[in-house]
Write a protein that binds this ligand. Structure first.
Ligand code: NBY
Length: 841
C-alpha cells in the first residue's frame, strides 16, 4: 500500500501520524484543547455541556484513528463483509460505551475530576440516539457491538432521521408526543459530503430490443433525491476493531436551491422541492409491530436501500472480481422486511445496468441475502398496494412480477395443479387493490430465513410460512435466538455487579465469553458473596428510587419488591393484565385487617413505555396506569404496601438505570405473540427474576436457568387458537376476580370510567383476543407465589445468582457467531493488539 506514495511524502505523513492518547494527562490535554479551540471557550465558561462536548471529541479522535485503520485493514484483507440493513438502530448514548470499550473510563473519570467535573454528570449530558422503536432497533445496536467486538468486517446501513422516536410526556395521565430533535450537537457522526448517491423515484419504463435482440428496460423521468452518507464509528470491546455504521440523509439533488426556478422568480417552489426531498429522512415512523402502508414510508425504504446497494456494489466493483463472486464477498442481512426492496434493487442493477442474464443475476441475489423475521402478528406483516408501487417504483414492480412468475412456475412444477397453493404463496395478493406481500418476496429472494427464538421459529415454519417450507424444504428456515450485548447491559449499566463478577472470575474476560459466568454457581451459597450481591441490588434500587422521586415526586421504599414492566405499550404485551393485577392487589389490601397487612411484602409496580401515537387502546392503558397510581399512591390504607409508578419517556439510557433495579420484571405476552423479547434477558442478567408466559425467549431462559428460578404462568401457545374460537362461538364467562376489578373501574374509582370503556369492553364484549381473562387467575396466583418467595431473601438471592450464572447463552456474541456460521459464511479478521487500547480491568 505504502509504495503508492512517494517516499519523502510518506515520511512526513508518518512523522505526524495521529497517535491515540492513553494517559490521564494526555486525556486532559485533549479536553482542554477542544474546549479552548474546537469550542472556543475557556475554563471560566466551561459548563457540563461543554465538558461533555470536549470529552466526546477527545474520545472521538481516538476512535477515528482505529476506525481508519480498521477500514484499511478490512479493505486490503479483501475478505467477505457483512452488511446489516436495518431501518432502526436504537443506539442510546455513545460516550460511556466508547470509554468502556476502549478501556479508558477510569482514566477519563480521574481526568474529568481534576478538571472539576463528575463523570456521571458529563455522561448524562448526552442525548440518546433513538433511531428505533423497540426490540428490533435495539437488537441491531447490540449486533453492531458484537460484530465489532468479535472482529467481523461488518457495516450497518440505516437512515439518518432528523427526528428519532418521539419524546413522551405524561400530562394529566395522558401521553403527549414531543418531537425528538437530537442533532443540534452530535460529535459521533461524520458527514461525508463526497459520498452521495442520487436516487430516482416515479417516472416510467421504456422497453425495447437492442441491436443484438436483447430486451432492454430503461427507467426514465420522475425525480431525483440525493442521499448523503453520515458515518458513525462502532468501537468493539477490548479490540482495535472499529466498524462503520453508515446512515443516509436526504436532500434535494440540485443542492440548496434549484437556481433555475430561483432565478425565474419561483423562489417558493424551489424551497418546497428542497423540503420535500428532506422529508424522506426527516422522521422515524413510531409504530412498532404495525404496518400502515404510507407512501412516505415506502419512499424511505427505497431511498435507503438504493443508496446502500449503490455503495456496496461500487465497493465490490473496485475489486474487479467477476459478478459470480459477489456472494462470496458480500452477505446482506435484512432486519425484518423493511429492506426487502434491496432484493429487487440488486436484481435491477444486475440485469438493467450491468447486463447480466436474469438467471445468473437471480442466483447472485438469492445467495447474497438472508432475511430475519421478527413477528407473526398479521397487522405487522408488510404489504404495499400495487398502484402505489406502480407509481413510485414502476421498474421494481415489473421485476417483482417477473420474480413472482418464475417462482410460481417452479411451484407449479413441484405441485402440479394445486391452484390454492399458488394463490396462497403468490407474492401478489389478489385483493382490491392488489398488494405486494413483502415477507414472501423476502423469502423467495433469500437463501436463509430465520426467526428470533425457538418457539417463534417453529411458529413461522408451521403457520405463516408453512407453504414455503414445503416448497423450499426445511433447511432454508432456521432459528437464531436473540441475544444482548453484556458490555452495555451489564458492564455499563451495572458497573458494581460487573466488578464483583470480575473479581470472582478472573477479570473482565466474561464480557467476551459470557459462559464464564458459570463460575458464579459456586458462590450461590457463599454468605459473603451473597451479601455483596444483595448490597449491589439494593444500591441499584436506591438509585432508581431517587430517580422516581425526582421525576414523579413519589417516594418509594427501596426495600419493597420492585416489579417492573418496561417495553412498548401493546395489547399483545398485556400491560393491561399487569395493571388489572395491580388493581386486584389494591382491592385485596383494602379488604385486609391491619394484622394481615403486616404480613404482605410491600411492592412497587413500575411501568414505562411508549404507545404509538395513533394507537388509542395503548394510550388508554397508559391513562389507566397513571390514574390507578394517582389513587393508590395517596391512599393511607395502602401506605408502602403498594405504589404504582409510570416512568415517562422510557428509552435506552433510562433502561440502563431501570434494568439493574428489578426484583421481578414482567414478560407476560399472550403465548405465541412475542417473537423473542430481549429485555427479559437484560433483567435476568442483572440479577432480577422474571414472571412470564411460555412465550418467545422466556422458554429458552427457563431451559437455561432452571424452572425453579422463573415464575411461569398462563395458557400455552398451542391452546390460543381454540380459546379464541370459544370466546367467539362458545360461551365466554370472565374470571370472577377480573369482574371485581372491572366493577371498581366502572365505579369511577380511577376517574371517569367512560375513558376505559374500550379497554374493558375489548375483554368483556369483543372476544378478549389477547386472553387476558383466561390468564388472569393463573397470573394472580403466580404473583402470590412471588410474594411468598420474596419473603425468603436468602433463597431469592441464591436464585438470582444461579440465574446470572446460567445466562451465558444470551450474549449477542453467541448470536452473531451463529449468523456468521449458518447464514453469512464469514470469518472474523484477526487483529494485532499492538494498538493503544486502555488496559482497564
Ligand atoms: O423484535 C421485536 C419483537 O416484538 C420482539 O419480540 C423481538 O425480541 C425483537 C427483536 O427480534 N419487534 C419489533 O421491535 N418490531 C418493531 O419495532 C417494528 C417496527 C416497525 C414495523 C414493524 C415492527 N413496521 O412495520 O413499520
Amino acid at each position: 500500500v505504502e509504495a503508492l506514495i512517494p517516499e519523502h511524502q510518506r515520511d512526513a505523513w508518518k512523522k505526524f501520524q495521529a497517535k491515540p492518547w492513553v494517559s490521564k494527562d494526555d486525556f486532559e490535554k485533549e479536553v482542554v484543547r477542544h474546549v479552548e479551540t474546537t469550542l472556543a471557550r475557556s475554563m471560566f465558561n466551561c459548563d457540563e455541556t461543554a465538558a461533555y462536548a470536549a470529552a466526546s471529541l477527545a474520545f472521538r479522535d481516538r476512535l477515528i484513528t482505529e476506525w481508519n485503520r480498521t477500514q484499511q485493514r478490512q479493505t486490503f484483507a479483501d475478505t467477505k463483509r457483512v452488511y446489516y440493513l436495518s431501518l432502526e438502530f436504537l443506539m442510546g448514548r455513545a460516550l460511556d460505551n466508547a470509554m468502556l470499550n476502549v478501556g479508558l473510563k477510569n482514566v477519563a473519570k480521574e481526568g474529568l475530576s481534576e478538571l472539576g467535573f463528575r463523570i456521571e454528570d458529563i455522561i448524562n449530558q448526552e442525548h440518546d440516539a433513538a433511531l428505533g422503536n423497540g426490540g428490533l432497533g435495539r437488537l441491531a445496536a447490540c449486533f453492531l457491538d458484537s460484530m465489532a467486538s468479535l472482529n467481523f468486517p461488518a457495516w450497518g446501513y440505516g437512515l439518518r432521521y432528523k427526528y428519532g422516536i418521539f419524546k413522551q410526556e405524561i400530562v394529566d395521565g395522558y401521553q403527549v408526543e414531543v418531537p425528538d430533535y437530537w442533532l443540534d450537537f452530535n460529535p459521533w457522526e461524520f458527514p461525508r459530503h463526497d459520498i452521495v448517491v442520487d436516487v430516482q423515484f416515479y417516472g416510467g419504463v421504456r422497453k425495447y430490443q437492442d441491436d443484438d435482440g436483447k430486451n432492454v428496460a430503461v427507467w426514465e423521468g420522475g425525480e431525483i433525491v440525493r442521499a448523503v452518507a453520515y458515518d458513525v464509528p462502532i468501537p468493539g470491546f477490548n479490540t482495535p476493531t472499529t466498524n462503520n455504521m453508515r446512515l443516509w440523509s436526504s436532500k434535494a439533488a440540485s443542492g440548496e436551491f434549484d437556481f433555475q426556478k430561483f432565478n425565474s422568480g419561483d423562489y417558493e417552489s424551489s424551497v418546497a422541492d428542497q423540503q420535500r426531498a428532506e422529508t424522506i429522512s426527516a422522521v422515524l415512523y413510531p409504530n412498532d409491530n404495525l404496518d400502515r402502508g404510507k407512501e412516505l414510508r415506502l419512499k424511505q425504504q427505497y431511498f435507503w436501500v438504493a443508496a446502500s446497494l449503490y455503495d456496496i456494489v461500487r465497493r465490490f466493483k473496485k475489486s474487479k472480481r467477476a459478478w459470480s463472486e459477489f456472494p462470496d464477498q458480500i452477505a446482506i442481512q435484512l432486519n425484518d422486511t423493511h429492506p426487502t426492496l434491496a432484493i429487487v434493487e440488486l436484481q435491477r442493477i444486475l440485469i438493467d445496468m450491468e447486463g447480466l442474464d436474469w438467471d445468473e443475476a437471480w442466483a447472485i441475489v438469492t445467495n447474497t441475502f438472508g432475511y430475519t423475521n421478527h413477528t407473526v402478528l398479521p397487522e405487522a406483516l408488510e404489504k404495499w398496494s400495487v398502484p402505489l408501487f406502480q407509481n413510485l417504483l414502476p421498474r421494481h414492480l415489473q421485476i417483482i412480477y417477473d420474480i413472482n412468475m418464475f417462482f410460481l412456475q417452479s411451484v407449479e412444477r413441484k405441485f402440479p395443479g394445486d391452484r390454492d397453493m399458488l394463490a396462497r404463496v403468490s407474492i401478489i395478493e389478489e385483493s382490491q387493490p392488489k398488494m405486494v406481500r413483502m415477507a414472501f418476496l423476502a423469502i423467495v429472494g433469500s437463501h436463509k430465513v430465520n426467526g428470533v427464538a425457538e418457539l417463534h421459529s417453529d411458529l413461522i415454519r408451521t403457520t405463516i410460512f408453512k407453504d414455503f417450507v414445503k416448497i423450499f424444504g426445511p433447511d432454508k428456515f432456521t432459528n437464531v435466538t436473540n441475544g444482548i450485548t453484556p458490555r452495555r447491559w451489564l458492564h455499563q449499566a451495572n458497573p458494581r455487579l460487573s466488578e464483583l463478577i470480575a473479581s470472582k472470575t478472573g477479570g473482565l474476560g466474561f464480557l467476551k465469553d459470557l459462559n464464564v459466568l458459570n463460575e458464579l454457581e459456586k458462590f450461590a451459597d457463599d454468605k459473603e458473596f451473597k451479601k455483596e450481591w444483595a448490597e449491589i441490588k439494593y444500591a441499584n434500587k436506591v438509585k432508581l428510587a431517587k430517580y422516581i422521586k425526582s421525576t414523579t415526586g413519589v417516594t418509594v421504599n427501596p426495600s419493597a419488591l420492585f416489579d417492573i414492566q418496561v417495553k412498548r405499550i401493546h395489547e399483545y404485551k398485556r400491560q393491561q393484565l399487569n395493571i388489572f393485577g395491580v388493581i386486584h392487589r389494591y382491592l385485596t389490601i383494602k379488604a385486609m385487617t391491619a394484622e394481615e397487612r403486616k404480613k404482605l411484602a410491600p411492592r412497587v409496580s413500575i411501568f414505562g413505555g411508549k404507545a404509538a401515537p395513533g394507537y388509542w387502546m395503548a394510550k388508554t392503558i397508559i391513562h389507566l396506569i397513571n390514574n390507578v397510581g394517582a389513587v393508590v399512591n395517596k391512599d393511607p390504607d395502602v401506605g408502602d404496601l403498594l405504589k404504582v409508578i409510570f416512568l415517562e419517556d422510557y428509552n435506552v439510557s433510562k433502561a440502563e438505570i431501570i434494568t439493574p433495579a428489578s426484583d421481578i420484571s414482567e414478560h407476560i405476552s399472550t403465548a405465541g405473540t412475542e417473537a423473542s423479547g430481549t429485555s427479559n434477558m437484560k433483567f435476568v442478567l442483572n440479577g432480577g427474576l422474571i414472571i412470564g408466559t411460555c412465550d418467545g425467549a422466556n422458554i429458552e431462559i427457563t431451559r437455561e436457568i432452571g424452572e425453579n428460578n422463573i415464575f411461569l404462568f398462563g395458557n400455552l401457545a398451542e391452546d390460543v387458537e381454540d380459546l379464541r374460537h370459544t370466546h367467539n362461538y362458545g360461551s365466554h364467562t370472565l374470571d370472577p376476580d377480573l369482574v371485581k376489578v372491572f366493577d371498581l373501574i366502572k365505579s369511577d374509582a380511577f376517574g371517569d370510567a367512560g375513558a376505559f370503556g374500550a379497554l374493558t369492553g375489548s375483554i368483556e364484549d369483543h372476544g378478549d383476543y389477547y386472553l387476558v381473562s383466561d390468564d388472569f387467575h393463573s397470573y394472580i396466583k403466580t404473583q402470590a407465589l412471588v410474594d411468598e418467595a420474596y419473603k425468603n431473601q436468602d433463597e431469592w438471592i441464591t436464585k438470582t445468582i444461579l440465574s446470572v450464572a446460567r445466562m451465558g447463552f444470551f450474549s449477542s456474541d453467541r448470536c452473531i457467531n451463529e449468523y456468521a456460521e449458518m447464514i453469512w459464511n464469514v470469518e472474523p479478521l484477526p487483529v494485532e493488539k499492538e494498538s493503544g487500547l486502555g488496559k482497564e480491568e
